[in-house]
Design a protein around this ligand. Structure first.
Ligand code: FE2
Length: 397
C-alpha cells in the first residue's frame, strides 16, 4: 500500500504539535505555555456560526481564566474575500498579539493563517498571492477545527476569493504550529454537513493516493484516512452523538489534510466546475466528482486503485472498479446527489464545463492525461449518473 518504488525527492509538511481528545479546545493554554507565551493578547479568528453557537468560548474562556486577553475576529464567512483578508490583516496589527488561534471550518482556519503571517509583515495580501515567503516569521498559530473534512488545519495553503475567482496564499510558513482536535466541537454538526465534509476528507485521501506526487508520507496518511472514513463516516452521519465516530472522523480529516502534500487530482477540478454553476458545499461537489475521477484513472493505475478498494472493502483481491462502486454507494447512503441533473446541471452545460476544467483547473498531478475528448464522456455520463458507462468507457481506453 505504501509505495517505495519511486526515487524522487519529496518534502512533506504538517503541524509540529497535535493535541487531541474530548475537551482539548479548553487546553490551548498548555500549548502557549510550552512556547513561553505566559500571558498577553491572543487573537481568535472564528466564523460567525462558531460565535453564534458559542463554541469560541470553549477556547476563549479557559484562556481568559489563565490570564490571556482574547480578541475575537468573527468576520469570516464561507469563501472569504480579499476584502475580509485585508480587514483581518489590519485587525491583527492593532495589538501586540502573541499568538493566533483559528477556529471553525476551513475558511476560518485558512484566514487565521493569514492573520498570523500579516500580523508580523506589513505588505498587502495581494502582494503574497500564490506561492510565497514572508520576511518575518508569522505569529505562533494554533488551529482548532469545528468540522471534520477540509483538512485546512494541516496544510500550508490559505484559499480566498479575489474578484470572484479562487486564489491562494501558499507557503510552508503558513502551516499551523499546532492543531487541536476536539471531537466534542463536532457533536452538533447536522448530518448533511457531516456527510459533505467527510466526503471531502475521503476525496483528499483517494485523490492524494492517485496523485503522481504521492510519496511514502502521503501514502501513509491517505491509506489511514480512507480506512477511517470507510469505517466511521456512516456511523457519524447516522448518529451525531456517537463520539467514537466523531473522534475517528476529526482525526481522519486531519490525516486527509496531510495527504494534500501530494496534491489533489482531477476530482477537485471537476468539483470546481460543478460548484461554479450551483452553490453546493465543497464536499458535495467533490463527492459527486470522485467516482468518475477514479473511473477516469482506472486504466492508468489499476493496481493502486485495487489496493484502495481492498482497504475500504476490508478484503484482498478487489477489482479496481469495485472502488468506484463503493464510493457511488456511499454517496447514495449519505443522501448526496450522484448526478448533475439532480443539481440542475444539464447536457447543454457540458462543453463549457470541459473548457473550464481544462483551462482554469489543469491537474498535472493526475495519473491519466486530461484532455477534452476524454473529459466529454466523464461529464456526459455524470449528467444522468451513468457511472457504469463511465467505467466501461475508461476501462476500454
Ligand atoms: Fe477539498
Amino acid at each position: 500500500m505504501i509505495s517505495f518504488a519511486k526515487s524522487n525527492v519529496y518534502s512533506s509538511q504538517g503541524p509540529r504539535q497535535l493535541m487531541m481528545g474530548d475537551g482539548a479546545a479548553g487546553q490551548v493554554e498548555q500549548l502557549l505555555k510550552g512556547w513561553k507565551i505566559a500571558g498577553g493578547d491572543v487573537l481568535l479568528v472564528a466564523d460567525k456560526e462558531v460565535v453564534k453557537l458559542g463554541l469560541d468560548r470553549k477556547v476563549a474562556a479557559p484562556l481568559e481564566a489563565a490570564g490571556y486577553a482574547v480578541a475575537v475576529f468573527d468576520g469570516i464567512v464561507g469563501e472569504p474575500t480579499l476584502e475580509i483578508a485585508e480587514a483581518l490583516a489590519g485587525f491583527a496589527r492593532q495589538k501586540p498579539f502573541k499568538a493566533v488561534v483559528g477556529m471553525g471550518g476551513g475558511s476560518s482556519l485558512d484566514m487565521s493563517k493569514l492573520a498570523a503571517a500579516f500580523a508580523t509583515n506589513p505588505e498587502g495580501v495581494t502582494e503574497h498571492l500564490g506561492a510565497t515567503t514572508f520576511a518575518k516569521a508569522p505569529l505562533p498559530l494554533i488551529n482548532v477545527p469545528t468540522t471534520a473534512g477540509t483538512g485546512a488545519e494541516a496544510t500550508a495553503v490559505s484559499m480566498l476569493s479575489v474578484q470572484g475567482r479562487k486564489a491562494v496564499v501558499l507557503g510552508p510558513q503558513l502551516v499551523p504550529l499546532a492543531t487541536v482536535l476536539d471531537a466534542e466541537l463536532t457533536k452538533t454538526l447536522p448530518p448533511k454537513i457531516t456527510a459533505a465534509t467527510g466526503m471531502d476528507a475521503l476525496s483528499h485521501a483517494l485523490e492524494g493516493f492517485m496523485s503522481i506526487n504521492a510519496s511514502p508520507f502521503t501514502d501513509t496518511q491517505a491509506t489511514t484516512c480512507m480506512s477511517i472514513v470507510a469505517r466511521w463516516l456512516k456511523p457519524a452521519y447516522e448518529d451525531g452523538s456517537n463520539m467514537e465516530a466523531r473522534r475517528a472522523m476529526i482525526y481522519g480529516a486531519y490525516i486527509g489534510g496531510l495527504t494534500l502534500n501530494a496534491g489533489v487530482v482531477l476530482g477537485h477540478s471537476v468539483a470546481y466546475t460543478i460548484a461554479n454553476r450551483c452553490h453546493l458545499p465543497h464536499g458535495v461537489s467533490c463527492a459527486m466528482a470522485l467516482p468518475y475521477t477514479i473511473a477516469y484513472n482506472l486504466k492508468a493505475i489499476p493496481e493502486r486503485i485495487s489496493q484502495a478498494a481492498d482497504l475500504v472493502l476490508g478484503k484482498h483481491g478487489s477489482k479496481p472498479e469495485e472502488l468506484v462502486t463503493w464510493v457511488d454507494e456511499l454517496i447514495v447512503a449519505l443522501g448526496l446527489p450522484r448526478s448533475l441533473q439532480e443539481v440542475d446541471i444539464s447536457e447543454t452545460d457540458v462543453p463549457a464545463m470541459i473548457a473550464e476544467c481544462v483551462e482554469r483547473y489543469p491537474r498535472p498531478t493526475n495519473p491519466a492525461p486530461i484532455d477534452a475528448d476524454r473529459l466529454k464522456v466523464l461529464y456526459e455520463t455524470m449528467v444522468t449518473g451513468d457511472i457504469v458507462r463511465a467505467v466501461e468507457y475508461y476501462q476500454g481506453g
